[in-house]
Design a protein around this ligand. Structure first.
Ligand code: AMP
Length: 480
């Protein structure tokens, strides 16, 4: 049990494409390269030709390790996946797409009741060899599909069992491309076309780089089945609300993507504008934490007239300080990753804008380096409101006990990170910037109110057991 509870993480990117005339592996490659920010641990592609599924999964980056394997993947229909890095030991068994008995599946999201489902499947005699939602989704889906021979019915049954976020692309030995989204639309999935080609992607940027036209988002609770003759969309379940993840807009998605009809760039710009409207501070210069916060800093600057300057220079070859397991490692990696520019900072009141404060490690380290570089005052703002609760649906933020805002007030956080002023985005400012109704958003990590019952119960159990310092979300399942 320890094995799978500690390791599972599923923030990822998916891409699927069907073209009646040509091999499509280069489209999947382009799509995955443009979704690389959604996961750098492993990548993979499956295609189907003459009822045979071809599949390759590799460690690391798409352009380095997957590219040499592309020639082995023939066919007009295919899917691809990039997977986020994990903190535990990893195995290629968890890489995707997974292949099982005539189907291949790539999944983005996270099941809140994964352990429960896994135990149920083990009791039923399923052989589970990996430690991932994708495996349980694929094997359960196939069970239901074999029972009824109908995709819509199979997804209806599946959605009755699993709870959480899932955006899936699948292919079948029968030359079908299948795309499905969970009933709440927690994780993104959009659809594009180019003449006879149809494609699905976690983000629209993957369609852009294939010269495909975005035609919209896959509707929550629906499944699209595409063949070489066209595609059909079916609603497998109706849900009276949506719950699009706000963090996709704030941090996770690329700034040039369109999610739910909203430009991520516009949202981030407005997040900066709204910070400027909320806090009346008078910095000499606004410095974004690269890369995500650049757009918000532009927005802040446009609203206030305060110049924006690149006062923190990022080493583009250092990645993922956030997900390093040890706090000490994260701190020293931060020094390698960011270097302050004295000529921008020295003697000035500097406002640093970051997209979010999760554990507070990043802010604290940045403030310290900006002070050392000679700032007379250091103000800190976060485009995201305080993160007070974990995510159960696919964003790897942190455990409950690690979240700095879960147990400290803004004033206390300001002291802990050593800022002269600390300003968080308000909930209203966030919702206004995203431009979707509040009831269409998942704000679970900000409010501690989740759109699904199992996640809510897990949070309550976590709170009760908050003394379990290292508790990961999946561990508390045993307590629920
Ligand atoms: P922390 O040091 O834990 O407060 O992390 C906050 C920093 O990590 C911010 O600069 C964010 O841009 C970044 N961040 C937030 N969420 C994630 C995530 N899920 N994966 C990687 N980086 C993240």
């Amino acid at each position: 049990m320890e094995f799978y509870e500690r390791e599972k993480k599923d923030s990822c990117g998916v891409f699927g494409v069907c073209n009646p005339k040509h091999d499509i592996v280069h489209n999947i490659y382009n799509g995955l390269v443009s979704l690389q920010h959604r996961g750098q641990e492993s990548a993979g592609i499956s295609t189907v030709k003459n009822r045979r599924i071809y599949s390759k999964r590799v460690w690391g980056l798409v352009s380095q390790n997957l590219k040499p394997k592309l020639w082995r993947l023939p066919g007009h229909i295919g899917i691809g996946h990039v997977r986020y890095s994990t903190t535990g030991s990893s195995t290629l068994a968890n890489a995707q797409p997974m292949v099982h008995n005539g189907f291949s599946l790539a999944h983005n999201g996270n099941l809140a009741n994964y352990i429960q489902i896994r135990r149920m499947m083990e009791r039923e005699g399923f052989r589970l060899t990996a430690n991932s939602d994708a495996e349980v989704m694929l094997k359960l889906f196939r069970k239901y599909y074999c029972g009824c021979g109908d995709y819509v019915e199979a997804f209806r049954e599946l959605s009755g069992q699993v709870e959480g976020g899932y955006s899936l692309v699948m292919l079948s030995r029968n030359h079908e491309l299948i795309a499905a989204r969970d009933p709440l639309g927690l994780r993104p999935l959009c659809q594009g076309v180019d003449r006879d080609t149809v494609a699905f992607a976690s983000e629209s940027v993957a369609l852009d780089c294939n010269n495909m036209k975005l035609i919209g988002d896959v509707k929550p609770g629906s499944v699209v089945v595409a063949t070489e003759d066209g595609f059909e969309t079916y609603q497998y379940v109706q849900c009276n609300r949506r719950a699009h993840c706000m963090f996709e807009f704030v941090y996770f998605s690329r700034v040039d993507s369109i999610l739910e009809g909203r430009s991520v760039y516009d949202v981030r710009f407005k997040l900066g504008v709204n910070l400027a409207k909320t806090y009346d501070v008078k910095p000499d210069v606004v410095v974004p934490v690269p890369d995500t916060s650049r757009t918000a800093a532009e927005g802040y600057s446009s609203q206030t007239g305060v110049p924006v300057a690149e006062g923190l220079i990022k080493n583009r070859y250092v990645h993922r300080t956030f997900i390093m397991p040890k706090q000490k490692d994260r701190e020293s990696a931060m020094k390698l990753k960011l270097n302050p520019l004295k000529s921008v900072i020295n003697g000035r009141k500097v406002l640093i804008i970051d997209d979010s404060i999760v554990r507070g490690t990043t802010s604290k380290a940045i403030i310290q380096m900006v002070r050392k570089a000679g700032a007379s005052k250091v103000y800190m703002m976060s485009t995201c409101p305080p993160i007070v609760s974990p995510c159960f649906y696919g964003i790897d933020i942190a455990t409950y006990s690690e979240l700095i805002a879960a147990k400290s007030t803004v004033e206390e956080i300001k002291t802990k990170i050593n800022a002269d002023i600390l300003g968080y985005q308000t909930l209203e400012g966030l919702i206004d910037a995203i431009g979707l109704p509040e009831e269409d958003l998942c704000l679970g990590c900000l409010k501690g109110e989740y759109p699904t019952p199992y996640a809510q119960r897990t949070l309550e159990a976590l709170k009760e057991k908050a003394t379990l310092e290292k508790a990961r979300l999946w561990e508390v399942e045993a307590l629920v």
